[in-house]
Design a protein around this ligand. Structure first.
Ligand code: CU
Length: 380
């Protein structure tokens, strides 16, 4: 989806109403006089447009209306589904070495692939194993890890892991295996340490561009003793610069804008929920996670078994991550979103659904924001 008007310029009010707008332009608030209005005006709030309810007119032609009409992205064409990806941990193929240590092996293939990040918004992604984020690689402290990386992309890439390892295995151009050319392969080998929540990503220049295209994933090293039993899930906060102007037009957790609004994450009341939260966002220095009506224990980088904080909002810089643990004491739909409001309105919003609350609570609640694309909701 290309546009000459950047999101930043729109937010700065440089774009005039009625100008050619990015498809998500309809999401922008007009309550602030400094901000551009996507099309028409919310003050109009007159006749309905057939798909959105009355009171939400003026958004025809925008992705907004698509959401309202109940459209979602084509998960099958994407080859991954954010609801499944959430609890999908890849432990690799394992075998016990003569030394008694466990060896975990993976094969990761870089592939260029178009993905749909919001209804009708396509993005020419570069992926690990055809998905964004790449597979969540998971090991236990002290395991021996072997990752065979095959570059099936048309561009050179690497796999740079966070963790402790030799320079040769660091996935840096010019060192060890260096950058892996299209059609070439390289095997990274190192030990799983330290325990905690890490990530891996491509480290070929221009770095921001290679990462922003989708070449990143979570890398979990469990402590030897493990962690308490919990409903575990991975949230990789990311964004997409769909017009390649070095700022993002779509924000999300696990790639698909508003996915967890359309399909709230189901959790059980009073059960421990553990979120592995990774910030893979480029072009914006800070991202954040906020949960409504609840608090969580926060373990920065997951490298200590003692929480550092009991809070409801955590801020992460680029590449930062943390483990969040919480229980939901009451049934209901509870929003979670970036507390960078601009990101929340461009896709980085979702809901936890605890128990069996009234059927369309998430969409109905969200519809309270007339600017948001699920205004027509009612399908969650
Ligand atoms: Cu790359």
């Amino acid at each position: 989806m290309k546009s000459k008007i950047s999101r930043r310029r729109m937010l700065g009010g440089a774009a005039a109403a009625g100008a050619a707008l990015p498809v998500l332009g309809g999401l922008l608030r007009d309550s602030d006089g400094d901000r551009a209005v996507a099309a028409g005006s919310h003050s109009g709030h007159g006749a309905g447009n057939g798909s959105a309810p009355a009171g939400h007119a003026g958004h025809e032609g925008f992705a907004h209306a698509s959401f309202a009409a109940g459209r979602s992205v084509d998960h099958r064409a994407n080859g991954f589904h954010p609801t499944e990806l959430l609890r999908d941990f890849d432990y690799g193929k394992t075998r016990r070495l003569a030394s008694g240590r466990l060896l975990r092996e993976w094969e990761i293939v870089a592939q260029d692939k178009e993905i749909e990040v919001a209804p009708g918004v396509k993005y020419e992604a570069w992926t690990y194993n055809g998905r964004v984020p790449g597979p969540t690689l998971r090991a236990r402290e002290g395991d021996k890890l072997r990752i065979r990386f095959v570059n099936g992309s048309e561009h050179p890439h690497t796999m740079h892991f966070h963790g402790i390892h030799t320079a040769q295995m660091d996935g840096m151009p010019g060192i060890g295996g260096g950058q892996i050319e299209p059609g070439a392969a390289f095997t990274y080998e190192f030990d799983a340490e330290p325990f905690g929540l890490h990530l891996y990503h491509c480290h070929v220049a221009p770095l921001a561009a290679h990462i922003a295209r989708g070449l990143y994933g979570a890398f979990i090293v469990d402590p030897k003793k493990g962690r308490p039993e919990a409903d575990e899930m991975v949230m990789v906060m990311n964004g997409f610069d769909t017009n390649f102007d070095l700022s993002n037009e779509v924000y999300a957790v696990n790639s698909i804008g508003f996915h967890y609004v359309n399909e709230p994450i189901r959790v059980r009341r009073d059960e421990l929920v553990r979120i592995y939260l990774v910030n893979a966002l480029e072009y914006d220095p800070l991202n954040s996670f906020h949960v409504h009506a609840n608090f969580f224990q926060h373990f920065p980088t997951g490298t200590s078994m003692e929480p550092a904080d009991f809070t409801d909002t955590v801020i992460q810089g680029q590449g930062q991550r943390g483990i969040l643990e919480m229980k939901f004491p009451f049934d209901g739909d509870y929003m979670f979103h970036a507390h960078v409001s601009e990101f929340a309105e461009l896709g980085w919003s979702g809901f936890f659904r605890v128990g069996e609350p009234p059927r369309f609570a998430a969409a109905a609640t969200a519809a309270g924001y007339c600017e948001l694309p699920w205004g027509g909701g009612g399908r969650a």
